[in-house]
Design a protein around this ligand. Sequence first.
Ligand code: ADP
Ligand code: MG
Length: 690
Amino acid sequence: MRPEILFPLFATVASLRGVGPRIAPALERIAGPLVRDVLFLAPHGIIRRPRISLAEARPEETATLRVTIEEYLKPRSPQQPLRIRTSDGDERLDLVWFGNAARGLEARLPVGARRWVSGRLERFGLGLQMIHPDYVVEDSRAGEIPEVETVYPAGGGIAPRVIRRIVQGALERTPELPEWQDPAWKAGRGFPSWRAAILRLHSPESEADLSPASSARARLAYDELLAHQLAMAQRRAHRRSGPGARLPASSLAQGVEASLPFTLTPDQRTALAEIRADLSSGHRMSRLLQGDVGSGKTVVAMLALADAAAAGAQAALMAPTEILARQHFETLSAPLEAAGIGVVLLTGRDRGPVRREKLERLASGQAAVAVGTHALFQDEVRFARLSLAVIDEQHRFGVGERQRLLDKGEGVHLLSMSATPIPRTLELAAYGDLDVSRIIGKPPGRTPVATRAAPMTRVTEVEDRLVAAVLGGAQAFWICPLVSESELIDLKAAEQRAQELRLRLGDRVGLVHGKLAPAEKDAVMADFASGRVKVLVATTVVEVGVNVPNATIMVIEQAERFGLAQLHQLRGRVGRGRAESACVLLYDPPLSDTAQKRLDILRRSDDGFAIAETDLELRGGGDALGLRQSGFPDYVFVDPFLHRDLILAAGDDARLILARDPGFSTPRGEALRVLQSLFDWRPETGTKGA
Ligand code: ADP
Ligand code: MG
């Protein structure tokens, strides 16, 4: 139930003054349906620099100046703008209006009049111009031009000034809320109250107020993090309190393990022990198994699958692509079948009687293990007694998709797997609702991949070396990124590269890309895996988990365009055997300083977590894309880099709160209910935006 104090904020936007039937839909699109969403429309800010004279003004800045109207340059055709020439006595500034906006100006701005104008300056010929100034006012109203001003996400044809007015209306309705933050923490951080912070967010008084590090913005970020951490901690507690099938460690799995041609690494052993403790506890497991590509997660999962089968239960392993599912099936089926465990591969390509037979084996419980793609959670798929779901590359599935698989049984244990390294500092935000097991050490016998960066100008040399190595028996990946707007152009580039290599290596060169039909893709991949194809030219469709131990060379074109985590994952596909492996990062010169540093860290480090951390620092959290891909939530107020210390604090805070007052019955607990309701990050609704 929503606390009454929040009612004004949970009214619809249409209830705000100035929001009629025309504006409401547009506002809903930009902000959301509720008054609260308007308050959460975190603005950027612009600084209007007051300038004494045009001589000190700069193009591209937003400035406030006093000028005299000198001359009207009327448009000679309807397409041309009206240009009003002005001057500050020494230099010239053109004020420019297009179309209807130019109407009636002559009366308001007579030649000879003095006005304060404010807007963005551009270079125009030798002078400056200002197109559609934000403000043109007489001396007496100069005070109306603010020095810092908020800018809201544009859209729906609502003028910026109108949005600002609507936000002000929402602020007038904003009540002071009971304080949910710990008093000592709040004082230590110098945080304002929630209401003061929201007011300051929308009415900044100085440049400093616009910084994410300002106390107002940091407070709002912390509130958001705390609400999220509480929700995740509750969700986790809720899952753990639910009953789960008891799947104790089995001699069957022991047999499977003994049949492997290697022994588990210490990290694998620890991870397996953690998983087994969950599976035998009688409570539902929610665990993430995190480890670099090739660190040996699948083997660990396989032994858990065997435990499930031994207990007479069923288990499913779901992967995001056909290729990965197939590879998992190939890895698992032999050792499991040898132990008498039936394994079924189910993908979107199964049709007709074959598919029917597979579904039957799962529905009857004849097959204990299902490996597959999205096909696994479709409605027609039934399990006799599904008790464990393993989800590989979990962030590539939606929350709803994962849930659909879990819903195919009762109290199904969840084991998520991820090879996407996420900086430690952000882990809590991404996976706060999961217990995490980590595989850090690599299986033995891997040689570090010699990594170097080279400019594109040396591509011929790289090709020469690659050809020599391939003629000597090596296998290689050549990755062409998707970079241009047009997939077709990119595809051409990849085709051209393949063609060039074919001139020298003939049909030992294969090409895979996103446009290829799945069956064709698999055929090429299979040829590469079997060694018939020696060089695989690929756009980034080469899946993260693809395992070809004989491949020792990885060439990546335009490496500067990739996220570091992605480069690290790509590189992880070589260096799996005993032979020396090499990774060449080709770049288009010149490299920016940051780009140089980013490529350097890859040369120096092979630790996915350290690389992700450095990447975050180098990019300053500016590019959140990579983070979102790795499962980082879509926060309103939180900057993943600048607020990273707050993530840890909020996690600690949430755990402490739930330990001390799980029922939210203290006064602070009451206030925390308001916080949770404000952010709507309730356990039932899951992660916002997901
Ligand atoms: P991940 O799923 O983490 O990408 P895999 O489980 O596919 O990694 O393992 C990659 C490769 O390493 C496989 O060929 C696997 O057989 C091998 N491998 C896994 N664990 C070990 C180990 N402890 N010792 C030697 N090789 C191992
Ligand atoms: Mg894998």
